[in-house]
Every structure is written in structure tokens, then in C-alpha cells.
Design a protein. Structure first.
Length: 132
């Protein structure tokens, strides 16, 4: 990695954290972007929306995400994943698929941050929502 690393925050922006970190990194002189799978209900800002959320068939979601991943693997040095997911995380097929081994083989640095329901045990979730 020559010079300053290029940083990607993805695939969600929980509470505006990713966008805040990205803008702070930019103030420090880093190239830093926030890319989301789909925009959330609270209007947090991002640099790019892949428009690949659950409202699309799984094949279309995977194609959009994989296409961006191929681009991102060439462009970014640091991958900061939020909400316990990666760009390719798929759980609907009875298995969990993700790109962590792919990124490791390419020498990328990976960070994962958990926030909110993705870190709370179900018993501690005051809302008792199934996704907690």
C-alpha cells in the first residue's frame, strides 16, 4: 500500500457512524467512502447506494454486490464493515457466504464494527424483534 490507504465503509450506515468516520478521515487527508446496499429509513448520508436490498430478487442483489466488490477490491485498501455484514453476506440459502477470505488473499485490511441489534443478545433486546 503506497501512500495513504483508501478506505471503504460498507454495507450499511448505522446511526450515521460510517459517514461521520468517513468525513473525519477525509479531513485527515484520506480517501474514504461510504457505500450502502440500500438506503436506510433514517436518511443517513452515503457516497453510493448499490440499490441491492431485499426488495430485489437474490440473483440481482448478488450481481450488484459482486460487481461492486470486484471494483472495490481494486480501489480500496481498507474495508470497514458495519452491522455485522459484508458486501456479499447472504444467509437466505442455508449458508453464510461472504468475501472475507477473498479480501485476505488480496492483502486488504478488514475491520468490523457491530452496533445495536447486531450485537445485542435476543434476550436483552427490549423490543423483542426477531432480527435482534
Amino acid at each position: 500500500m503506497a501512500g495513504r490507504p483508501k478506505i471503504l465503509h460498507a454495507p450499511a450506515d448505522v446511526g450515521g457512524h460510517a459517514y461521520g468516520l468517513s468525513r473525519g478521515e477525509r479531513e485527515l487527508g484520506y480517501e474514504s467512502d461510504v457505500v450502502v446496499i440500500s438506503s436506510g429509513p433514517f436518511g443517513y448520508r452515503f457516497d453510493r447506494n448499490l440499490d441491492a436490498g431485499v426488495s430485489y430478487p437474490i440473483w440481482k442483489r448478488l450481481v450488484r454486490r459482486a460487481s461492486f466488490l470486484a471494483h472495490a477490491a481494486r480501489e480500496y485498501d481498507v474495508f470497514h464493515f458495519n452491522f455485522g455484514q459484508t458486501l456479499l453476506t447472504v444467509r437466505q440459502l442455508g449458508h453464510v457466504f461472504d468475501e472475507l477470505a477473498f479480501l485476505k488473499r488480496r492483502g486488504k485490511t478488514v475491520f468490523v464494527t457491530y452496533q445495536g441489534c447486531d450485537v445485542r443478545p435476543k434476550a436483552a433486546c427490549t423490543f423483542r424483534q426477531a432480527h435482534c
